[in-house]
Write a protein that binds this ligand. Structure first.
Ligand SMILES: [Fe+2]
Ligand SMILES: [Fe+2]
Length: 310
């Protein structure tokens, strides 16, 4: 007795309060002091543990009761407190459940459609927990609920399309999901003045892909793939897009998927009628009016997949 380590769960930790006992983590087959007695686990450290999916920490056996009593001090039924920006994020996440449901109407009779859809929702819920996604999403939501909803829809739809197109590597799907989620983040940085007329506003809005890239570049650990999706999502395969008028295969492969999902959700949002009617209208518009903007093979596949859903 004396040097036995026992586990304690991450949920037992009260963020920002002095610890009654030393906490250890287990790395490389060794117990290492994580925080000493009297120190505290701050929000950042706690989030990092969660992000790294660390479920358990360790305490010395004789300290376990002390820790549990301390932990019980926290008001019953109260989840670990959220940082202010995360509170907003929790709201976004609730919103996601509803919105993600709206992509296609609830349970779909086709087993593959419903399975893939629920897998993409799960993945998007996961990527929303990435530190840089949490922060930027709450910025998006304070900018406009509509844009936040649109971003979530584009994310789920992009992952769904990618999965149905045969992409299965989890990192690729993550990139698609985060790219979809953050594609319009630059809109929060466009400054519009009260006396700007609609043409001026349209022109200024065209800066959002580049502003989004700048904003995301200031965040740590954002993969290049995600940056490319953000800056390229308004490039068109026929060279009519912005900011660089890129053509065809100069546009990153995954951007092409997000661009289709983005256009689809945009038309759905702007159309009238029931959800299914609006989705059918969007399929027709992409197929017959907007088709030159997209990669022909990807569009063909996407339309087939989308038709399955409606
Ligand atoms: Fe956009
Ligand atoms: Fe968009």
């Amino acid at each position: 007795m004396g040097d036995q380590f026992v586990t304690c769960s991450l949920e037992d930790i009260i963020v920002g309060e002095p610890l009654p006992a030393t906490l250890y983590i287990y790395i490389d087959f060794r117990f290492i002091t994580f925080r000493a007695e009297g120190d505290m686990v701050d929000r950042q450290a706690y989030d990092r543990l969660q992000f790294k999916k660390v479920r358990n920490l360790f305490v010395m056996e004789q300290d376990r009761k002390k820790l549990m009593d301390w932990s019980a001090k926290r008001e019953a039924d109260k989840p670990p407190p959220l940082a202010p920006e995360n509170k907003q994020f929790a709201k976004v996440r609730e919103e996601v459940k509803r919105k993600a449901m709206d992509i296609f109407q609830g349970a779909h009779p086709d087993k593959i459609v419903s399975q893939t859809l629920s897998a993409s929702k799960k993945l998007v819920t996961e990527v929303m927990k990435f530190p840089y996604a949490t922060k930027t999403l709450s910025q998006l939501q304070s900018y406009s609920q509509g844009t936040a909803d649109h971003s979530v829809n584009v994310s789920v739809l992009s992952v769904y399309l990618a999965m149905q197109m045969g992409y299965s590597h989890s990192l690729i799907l993550q990139h698609v999901g985060v790219g979809g989620l953050l594609h319009d983040i630059g809109k929060t940085r466009v400054s519009i003045r009260d006396d700007d007329n609609p043409q001026v506003i349209d022109l200024k809005m065209k800066d959002h892909p580049v502003l989004g890239l700048k904003l995301i570049e200031s965040q740590q650990k954002v993969p290049n793939e995600v940056k490319m999706i953000i800056v390229q999502h308004h490039e068109n395969c026929d060279g009519t897009g912005y900011p660089k008028k890129l053509r065809g295969n100069n546009i990153y492969d995954l951007t092409k998927i997000v661009a289709i999902a983005n256009a689809f959700d945009g038309v759905v949002a702007d159309s009238k009628g029931t959800l299914i009617e609006r989705q059918r209208a969007a399929i027709t518009k992409l197929d017959q009016v907007l088709y030159r903007k997209f990669d022909p093979q990807k569009l063909e596949k996407a339309l087939k997949i989308l038709k399955l859903g409606v």
